[in-house]
Design a binder for this molecule. Structure first.
Ligand SMILES: [Zn+2]
Length: 279
């Protein structure tokens, strides 16, 4: 019988509790992919955001830095949090959005179950812009309630220079289901991109300073409603997407995140945990 599943020693879900217990508390980092299940226009699947962050995490643990490996540093991918907070996309079918408190409770329950056993190095790798606010608030709360400080990286933040370099669209062209996300999809799973449905859809004039763009976000924070504020769920120009751009984005994020993981592993324990009894 052929083997249908390949075990990975870097996937939490593949390990037995005895193996997890053997991981060195000071030398193990857990990567938690977060994202969303939400509409991504007529040309991309609804799991785009969680697929991207999970694919990055999978590539990170597969290409785990050999120097760190040699020093018994371990990187473990946690099961992803599939759903995010996407109230601004609920006007379209396909979106499954969590309430803020649901997301917060989910994150708290996951992290506290792990940190209870002495683990404290984490990195959240986020694939959905709409999670940024709740992730900041929730990790702030976890820092107080559990004493664990958890950094969050929304992957596009680490590659802003690359995005500016490869972006051909005007500002507003890299927002949602856009030049960036469609390029990533063309690189990672082109069979899921409906090329006949690619249409440019820039933020409309009612939103002068709250334009969303991964290269240069507007300075005004304002809730969007994609049913109202876009034609069919897109903010950006997916017609300029290419597989080559997707490869640069993915490889750039992989490199930057790998370095980041190294620096979190080398941080002193005292910089990541708070002993609440000290004050
Ligand atoms: Zn997205």
């Amino acid at each position: 019988m052929s083997q249908i599943h390949q075990r990975s020693n870097h996937q939490w879900s593949n390990l037995a509790w005895t193996e997890i217990d053997k991981l060195e508390r000071d030398r193990t980092i857990f990567l938690l992919p977060t994202g969303a299940i939400e509409q991504h226009g007529a040309h991309l699947p609804v799991d785009t955001d969680i697929f991207n962050s999970s694919a990055l995490v999978e590539a990170l643990v597969k290409n785990w830095n050999p120097n760190f490996q040699a020093n018994n540093y371990e990187v473990i991918a946690l099961p992803p949090i599939w759903w995010g907070t996407s109230p601004h996309h609920k006007g379209y079918p396909g979106t499954i959005s969590l309430r803020l408190e649901t997301f917060h409770h989910l994150l708290t329950d996951i992290i506290s179950s792990i940190s209870k056993h002495g683990f404290y190095r984490f990195l959240i790798i986020n694939g959905h812009g709409g999670n940024a606010g709740i992730l900041t608030a929730s990790t702030g709360d976890l820092s107080e309630s559990l004493g664990v400080s958890i950094p969050t990286l929304s992957y596009w933040q680490s590659i802003k220079k690359i995005l500016i370099e490869i972006g051909e669209s005007e500002i507003g062209g890299m927002g949602h289901a856009c030049e960036m996300e469609t390029s990533l999809a063309l690189y990672l799973r082109p069979e899921l991109v409906n090329l006949d449905a690619l249409r440019k859809d820039l933020p409309n004039a009612r939103l002068p300073h709250s334009c969303i763009d991964f290269r240069q976000p507007g300075f005004l924070s304002m809730p969007l409603d994609f049913r109202r504020d876009s034609r069919e769920g897109v903010m950006g120009d997916p017609t300029l997407a290419t597989k080559e751009k997707g490869q640069r984005i993915f490889e750039g994020a992989l490199l930057a995140t790998n370095e980041l993981i190294g620096s979190i592993l080398e941080m002193d324990r005292s910089a990541l945990i708070t002993d609440r009894f000290e004050y």
